[in-house]
Design a protein. Structure first.
Length: 123
């Protein structure tokens, strides 16, 4: 089961002053690490945050904490309001079951409500 401990390492982006784009592969179990990493981003040049999801996402969402997604939602909203960084969520359409496209409003409710998250379907 993918549980992220407080001691789990994350990337420190604070010294990357020219960082423009950042892409995260989201497994559902690393949402907390994504949030912790983004909290260190200090680059005023940051223009794009992209989160890519795997195909078998539903099971991993169940294993992760919805609270972790709420924390990420609030942080991404701060990036939007303070720096106009509009997050992108890349998903792969799943023929069987629920894909991330249908889960985003529940996982990132504030971004979804405001319409400031871009959903991009991968082929």
């Amino acid at each position: 089961m993918g549980v992220v401990e407080r001691s789990t390492p994350f990337l420190d982006l604070s010294k990357l002053t020219k960082l423009k784009d950042v892409v995260f592969g989201c497994t559902g179990s690393n949402v907390q690490r994504i949030t912790m990493t983004l909290q260190t981003a200090e680059s005023i040049n940051l223009e794009q945050i992209t989160i890519r999801s795997p195909t078998a996402f539903r099971k991993q969402i169940v294993e992760s904490s919805y609270q972790e997604w709420q924390d990420l939602d609030r942080l991404l909203l701060r990036f939007w309001t303070s720096r106009s960084v509009r997050p992108k969520i890349w998903f792969k359409d799943e023929k069987e079951g629920c894909d991330l496209k249908h889960l985003v409003p529940r996982l990132l409710p504030e971004l979804s409500r405001r319409g400031v998250v871009d959903l991009v379907e991968c082929s």
